[in-house]
Write a protein that binds this ligand. Structure first.
Ligand code: NDP
Length: 332
């Protein structure tokens, strides 16, 4: 299956072009960008035969079966809807859209058209997160009481563009990182948070959008989540802790794009280091997407997973804006 890239982005350049090529089975035929010079230079740099600004022309290419959308967030809706109308399978970046309603519209349209629609939530594709989930599922820590997510990082210089100053493009740390953490919690616990309370701030980088957020979420089981995201923390490191009645899991440096980090299990029997697979996160996601287009299984993160994570992130922002505890309404 051949691909078109919609968005001449950093994430495609750093990870997704290589991942698509590593999974194989087709080629990247074209890149579409809003800026013609950028599209052409990007195509040349990455060995992509065709480039341009005309999405309609790209979608009319019968040789292309899948579209990977990694433009800025406000463009995802119209680009995804056009791709779905053209009968293409869609792998779309998170956050799926600017609002949960828009995201829902995309996923429903894909279902009606019979095309696969997936969300590029990479963390659930990591061996570390998959191993933590298995530890929880097999009862290694008993009943889950709480999760603590440490996801405060230093946003690299080259990404200090729309993310830190363009609310209209979906900037801010909540749509950027909290949305990933929402997916992580759902993936690890199998639960959709029901209530959130939050505070957000601009702590030196954000201009008109938040660059830091802390929130507390309630899960239906009664377990609690404490989540911290930021663009302004050079030395904090990342991690997730899951605490249960029979043990605690401490995972360090695992909120990342690479298969790195450590997992430690602490129980009454003592401390043990837990090994985990070190496969490439993005290749795993692309492989699951391609298999789904061939009728084998489901994407690692479906469109509905993207709707849910965005709904949670939106509730976090609403809680921070209003100072209220927000009850999360997921819609149909
Ligand atoms: P970038 O800022 O690198 O690119 C976003 C868009 O900006 C591009 O698609 C392009 O617009 C435009 N652009 C970038 N560089 C230039 C340039 N030199 N000249 C003209 N236009 C330019 O964004 P990211 O790659 O960081 O993010 C893209 C999407 O991917 C977002 O939705 C983000 O949330 C998501 N993302 C997901 C990650 C994951 O791990 N799942 C990680 C990082 C990002 P055009 O669309 O017109 O080509």
């Amino acid at each position: 299956m051949n691909w078109t890239l919609v968005g001449a982005s950093t994430i495609a350049a750093q990870y997704m072009i290589d991942a698509i090529r590593a999974v194989g089975g087709g080629e990247i035929r074209r890149v579409v960008s809003g800026a013609p010079d950028h599209a052409e230079a990007y195509a040349r740099t990455h060995g992509i035969p065709l480039s341009g600004t005309d999405l309609g022309e790209a979608l009319a290419d019968p040789e292309v079966g899948a579209v990977y959308i990694s433009s800025t967030n406000e463009k995802h809706l119209t680009q995804a809807m056009a791709a779905i109308r053209a009968g293409k399978h869609v792998l779309c970046e998170k956050p799926l859209a600017m609002t949960p309603d828009d995201a829902r519209q995309m996923v429903q349209a894909a279902e009606a058209a019979g095309v696969v629609f997936a969300t590029n939530h990479h963390l659930r594709c990591s061996g570390s997160h998959q191993t933590i989930r298995e530890m929880i599922d097999t009862g290694r820590i008993g009943r889950v009481l709480s999760l603590r997510i440490h996801h405060a990082v230093a946003l690299p210089d080259n990404l200090q563009t729309w993310r830190i100053n363009a609310a209209d493009s979906g900037g801010g740390v909540i749509p950027d990182i909290t949305v990933h953490d929402a997916d992580v919690v759902r993936f690890l616990t199998g639960e959709d948070p029901v209530r959130v309370t939050a505070i957000m701030a601009a702590s030196g980088m954000g201009q008109g959008v938040e660059d830091s957020a802390m929130s507390v979420w309630a899960l239906p089981s009664g377990a609690m989540v404490m989540s911290h995201e930021s663009f302004t923390h050079p030395f904090a490191g990342t991690g997730i802790e899951v605490h249960g009645t029979e043990g605690s899991i401490f995972a360090r440096d695992v909120m990342t794009q690479r298969p790195i980090g450590t997992i430690e299990l602490v129980t009454g029997a003592g401390r043990e280091a837990v090994p985990f697979p070190d496969h490439n996160l993005y290749e795993y996601g692309v492989r699951r997407f391609v298999e789904a287009t061939e009728g084998r299984g489901t994407p690692a993160a479906t469109g509905w997973d993207g709707v849910q994570s965005l709904t949670i992130a939106h509730a976090v922002r609403e809680a921070a804006q209003t100072g209220q505890t927000i009850t999360i309404v997921y819609g149909d």
